[in-house]
Design a protein around this ligand. Structure first.
Ligand code: MN
Length: 504
């Protein structure tokens, strides 16, 4: 496939204004599916179960089977709607969205159409450059996920060129909330960052609510990005494309940038944009044409006759509103202020995904600086080397205990790393590892002085220099003492004693 021409990004922004819109699908982590009592794979870490084992007649759309609405999924959807600042509809209705595709056995998806459960909200986002933007939310509606096709025999894994296709209905009927934004104008050159920050904000919200596993790489959170360009000085909106299932935050950013450059090149060459879905290719960094897509009435929506309208009571809505967690953006502001971190230090923690760990470590008694240092430093390094999540290595309580031992002068950083190793190896709490491995700092001055006198005697020239006031020469003696003590000494105390013994 020849790569299409791309216009330079800055040039594209000079000529056109990007207009954005997003549809984000969130898989809920309820125990069972949206309309059946089959186990919900999205709550089980999307384990690779045998295909077609998490299914009931409802998920297969077998004749005579009837859907039943999952109450928990409705509650989660209301909570999400409230967290997005939406109004909750006193009455909302399911509708059939008709289309043929082999991963949807009924040939229609149960979704919501003109009566969604939540509407008219907004999400505040902050860009890396400090710019604040309010993303307007059109609606959030409930629906079911489709199954999955695997195309076998082709080079690309796509249907084109495949010899045959397999269908797995385990995902069919997984509860989804689809969040649809209104048109987002004014993002300008920040459009890619707006997309990334918006999807990150949605992820933070669903994680804070605890209603989804929210792993983009597993498809728990999937973003479709609508992008069009409006020529400067024109009131007419451009034709949009819909880039589907962009499955990482970085890809959202890259895909938007790419579409802006691709569309600008076509328009400037006198061409037209086809209204279509497009696929993002993570490996090559391009989008390719999917299927042509016109507007919604294709789907012949009609009210789902097998389900009653959803009518949550005002009491239920009030109860769910009262139970909402602190908004993630506000929580971050509060924690940064409480910890006294610079923007850079705080971003470091957020970007490593260790905010909760640092928070719990501070709550367990460590200083914020120590908590940040251990989690984003040594623990992240060990976790990275072992390809595991840092939070699986050690508990915040143990990290706090380690930090306290350092503060008390019982451990040097070097000894603390050995203690950490022991804790990770399952040898017990930090105190127990200190005990069993004999790692306490030698705090007995007489032992230190003996070692210092020996080192000074061995390096008379150094002693002479220190006496002449060349204090930096003490480094060689301190090093020798630390070595003799096998690192179990507090270097600052050793330095004091060296200078004292040298008569300084
Ligand atoms: Mn949808």
């Amino acid at each position: 496939m020849a790569k299409p021409a791309l216009m330079d990004y800055d040039k594209a922004l000079e000529l056109f204004e990007p207009v954005l819109g997003f549809e984000v699908h969130v898989e809920l982590n309820t125990q069972t599916k949206m309309f059946s009592d089959a186990p919900n794979p999205a709550a089980l870490g999307n384990v690779h179960a045998e295909p077609n084992t998490y299914i009931t007649p409802v998920d297969l759309g077998l004749p005579g089977s009837l859907p039943v609405v999952n109450e928990q999924a409705v509650k989660y959807s209301i909570s999400l709607g409230l967290a997005l600042g939406c109004e909750i509809a006193p009455t909302s209705r399911f509708a059939r969205k008709n289309y043929f595709y082999p991963d949807l056995a009924k040939n229609y998806q149960i979704s919501q159409y003109d009566e969604p459960i939540a509407f008219d909200g907004s999400v505040d986002i902050e860009l890396p450059n400090g710019r604040q933007i309010t993303v307007p939310i059109e609606r959030a509606h409930m629906e079911e996920d489709a199954g999955k096709l695997t195309h076998v025999g082709g080079a690309t894994g796509r249907i084109q060129g495949a010899e045959y296709s397999l269908v797995d209905y385990n995902r069919a009927g997984v509860p989804l909330v689809e969040i649809v934004t209104k048109m987002i104008e004014g993002a300008e050159a920040d459009a890619p960052e707006v997309g990334k920050a918006y999807v990150a904000a949605i992820r933070d919200i669903v994680v804070a609510l605890g209603i989804s596993e929210a792993k983009m790489e597993r498809g728990n959170l999937r973003c479709d990005a609508n992008i069009s360009l409006r020529r400067r000085g024109s009131d007419t909106l451009g034709t949009r494309t819909e880039t589907k299932n962009v499955n990482s935050l970085r890809s959202v950013e890259r895909a938007i940038r790419y579409e802006i450059q691709r569309q600008a090149a076509i328009l400037e060459a006198g061409g037209t944009i086809t209204q279509e879905t497009r696929h993002w290719h993570e490996d090559t960094g391009v989008t390719s044409a999917g299927r042509p897509k016109s507007d919604a009435d294709d789907y012949r929506y009609f009210p789902e006759p097998d389900l009653l309208p959803v009518e949550p009571s005002a009491e239920l809505i009030a109860e769910l509103r009262a139970a909402l967690p602190e908004a993630p953006a506000l929580r971050r502001k509060r924690l940064q202020a409480a910890w006294g971190f610079t923007d850079l230090e705080f971003q470091d923690v957020v970007n490593s995904g260790l905010l909760v760990e640092v928070e719990e470590t501070v709550a367990a008694g460590a200083s914020p600086a120590a908590a940040r240092k251990w989690w984003t430093g040594e623990i992240a390094r060990l976790a990275n080397a072992a390809s595991v999540d840092p939070s699986t290595l050690v508990s915040p309580k143990h990290v706090a205990e380690l930090a306290l031992l350092i503060d008390m002068g019982s451990l040097t950083d070097r000894l603390a790393r050995q203690v950490l190793e022991g804790v990770i190896a399952g040898e017990g709490t930090p105190a127990e590892v200190v005990q069993s491995r004999g790692l306490t700092v030698v705090s007995d001055d007489s032992a230190l002085i003996a070692a210092i006198d020996e080192a000074l005697a061995a390096q008379p020239d150094v002693l002479e220099k220190i006496r002449e006031g060349k204090v930096q020469a003490a480094g060689a003696v301190i090093g020798a003492v630390m070595k003799a003590m096998q690192g179990k000494a507090d270097a600052a105390r050793v330095r004091e004693l060296v200078l004292e013994r040298a008569g300084q």
